[in-house]
Design a protein around this ligand. Structure first.
Ligand SMILES: *[C@@H]1O[C@H](CO)[C@@H](O)[C@H](O)[C@H]1NC(C)=O
Ligand SMILES: *[C@@H]1O[C@H](CO)[C@@H](O)[C@H](O)[C@H]1NC(C)=O
Length: 125
């Protein structure tokens, strides 16, 4: 029985790879929380990497915006400077190439860390 499940799982994996990469997509996120519809997208042969980008304003590093999706390989590990309504922005891209690898694990991790901190402070009393 276990062998059947393993085979199905492998088959699913192969099919997933053949259909290309799936990435998390979020047009804009603040503090790891996606504003607007967060979804999953299929990349194609042109956009063959998942990215998560961080945009910071030149004037202050206090506000950072994130976005996620598919991107061309050439944009990976790049930092782009741009302006929006006269305000300087720098955006740095980080890429990965496995399904949903650009997902919001950092949020879950920081949530877990926050819970651990609360528990620890309760224990310390
Ligand atoms: C691949 O996807 C991007 C955006 O998701 C799109 O702009 C581009 O035209 C697509 N390329 C092909 C070859 O389908
Ligand atoms: C913002 O900072 C980047 C990197 O330091 C720089 O390349 C860019 O020219 C700056 N933009 C503005 C509008 O000052």
């Amino acid at each position: 029985m276990a062998a059947v499940w393993t085979r199905l799982l492998l088959l699913g994996l192969v099919v997933a790879v053949a259909h290309g990469l799936t990435c998390r997509k979020c047009p804009i996120a603040v503090l790891g929380r996606c504003l607007g519809p967060s979804a999953e997208v299929q990349c194609n042969s042109t956009t063959s990497s998942c990215f998560s980008a961080t945009t910071a304003f030149n004037a202050t590093s206090a506000i950072r915006l994130q976005s996620q999706g598919c991107v061309i390989n050439a944009a990976c590990d790049r930092t782009l400077a741009s302006t929006l309504a006269g305000v300087g922005l720098t955006t740095s891209f980080r890429c990965c190439r496995t399904d949903l690898c650009n997902g919001g694990t950092s949020v879950q991790l920081s949530l877990a860390a926050a819970c651990a901190a609360v528990l620890a402070s309760l224990w310390a009393r």
